[in-house]
Design a protein around this ligand. Structure first.
Ligand SMILES: Cc1ncc(COP(=O)(O)O)c(C=O)c1O
Length: 393
């Protein structure tokens, strides 16, 4: 059945973070939250749960763990024992719990920058030392291609006078949308093993692959790597269920898994029962036809925005994400030439009435960058880009 991604419900009245943070005349193309309706099988399953009439505490069913394991096998050929699957309130909650599980105060947490802003907050949440392994870029015309430099990565272990205890990987990457190759994953994983560093692999965007790239779960590389890895997955980005707060940590190492569960139990261990129903339905395969069409739509949005940027913002450079619905755009040349006199984020918010994500929230490398979320009807992306063009013109 064909799905219509051109038309979406009004979200201003639902108190959505994306649509109510800024005034009504601002078009929101910021936070990683799509405007499309959550697929019908998920909404139907939630409706049926409500019709039952009781919303009490519920246990995670073995069936949910089996559904998650079966999806990993179906998508990636990754043989996951259902017992390895631990529910977690969200992926941010998951990597915070993981850090509390494997680190002690002052330990180093390694991350590749620029990166999703919540990664940075670990240092305050768990009192850790941040260690940065920045990406470099290749520029071809207007296109920015992120490059992993394994020498830079290797040198960043135990930097800032702290022992690195955990590597937090964003795979695929937010904000740049790159999907790591097997060779890159092996290079990073080997260095982590050599340095006796636990790996937390945030794979929340792994089902939003827009081109022919293949997502390889890091923990699939070998038993040694799996033993050191906590993989975090969630249906939330893919199926637009972020408000349900139900994600999963896949932890093959029994000792690590028990320690993670213990840490989780110190706060609120349970996820919401409606969240579990949503996640199980999302991962069951019932929404895969919707997902295939979503990917096609997002890819066309990506290419539409890229063509518009090339044609109308000749001095800007941007990534063409292989995964995610996020463009990472460098307006530094416009700042240099004086056409933009504030940060690009403030410029477009104030002059174009378009809310983008401020590149600086993704780290120092994000200066003069913005992130544009194209997970919305194409007409809205077109309107946002046109407003931005007119503001610069
Ligand atoms: C890489 C990454 N991890 C985690 C999250 C948020 O996950 P959750 O809402 O499950 O905490 C996001 C949201 O944008 C993200 O991009």
């Amino acid at each position: 059945m064909p799905y219509n991604f051109d038309s979406t419900p009004n979200r201003r009245d639902s108190h959505s973070l994306k649509w109510t943070t800024y005034p009504k005349d601002v078009l929101p193309l910021w936070v990683a939250d799509m405007d499309f309706e959550t697929p019908a099988p998920i909404r139907d399953a939630l409706r049926a749960a409500l019709d039952h009439g009781v919303l009490g505490y519920e246990l995670l069913k073995p069936q949910t763990q089996q559904v998650v394991a079966a999806r990993m096998d179906r998508l990636h050929g990754w043989q996951v024992d259902p017992d390895w699957v631990v529910e977690t309130i969200g992926v941010v909650n998951g990597f915070n719990l993981a850090a509390r599980t494997v680190c002690v105060e002052g330990d180093g947490v390694l991350m590749q920058t620029p990166v999703y802003n919540k990664f940075y907050e670990l240092y305050e949440n768990v009192t850790l030392t941040r260690q940065f392994a920045p990406f470099s870029f290749m520029r071809e015309g207007n296109i920015l291609a992120p490059q992993l430099d394994l020498d830079v990565f290797a040198r960043s272990f135990h930097s800032n006078e702290a022992r690195t205890r955990m590597f937090l990987l964003c795979h695929p990457h937010n904000p740049m949308g790159n999907v790591f190759s097997r060779e890159e994953l092996v290079g990073m994983a080997e260095l982590c093993l050599q340095n006796d560093v636990a790996i937390v692999s945030d794979e929340i965007h792994s089902e939003l692959i827009l081109d022919g790239s293949k997502h390889i779960p890091l923990a699939m590389l070998s038993k040694d790597v799996a033993d050191k890895t906590i993989t975090l997955i969630s249906p939330s980005k893919t199926f637009n269920t972020a408000g349900l707060f139900c994600a999963f940590a896949i932890i093959p190492n029994a000792d690590l898994r028990e320690r993670y569960k213990k840490t989780a139990g110190q706060t609120t261990g349970h996820v919401s029962s409606l969240g579990v129903i949503g996640a199980e339905t999302a991962f069951s395969g019932a929404c895969d036809d919707w997902l295939a069409q979503l990917r096609t739509y997002l890819k066309a949005n990506r290419d539409f925005a890229a063509d518009y940027l090339t044609e109308n913002f000749p001095q800007a450079s941007y990534t063409v994400p292989a995964a995610t619905y996020l463009h990472w755009i460098d307006f530094g040349a416009y700042v240099k030439s004086g056409q933009i006199t504030t940060s690009p984020y403030e410029f477009f918010l104030n002059k174009a009435k378009v809310a983008l994500s401020d590149g600086r929230t993704f780290g120092a490398e994000g200066e003069n960058f913005v992130r544009l979320n194209f997970g919305a009807p194409r007409s809205l992306i077109a309107e946002g880009l046109e407003r931005m063009y007119k503001a610069l013109d």
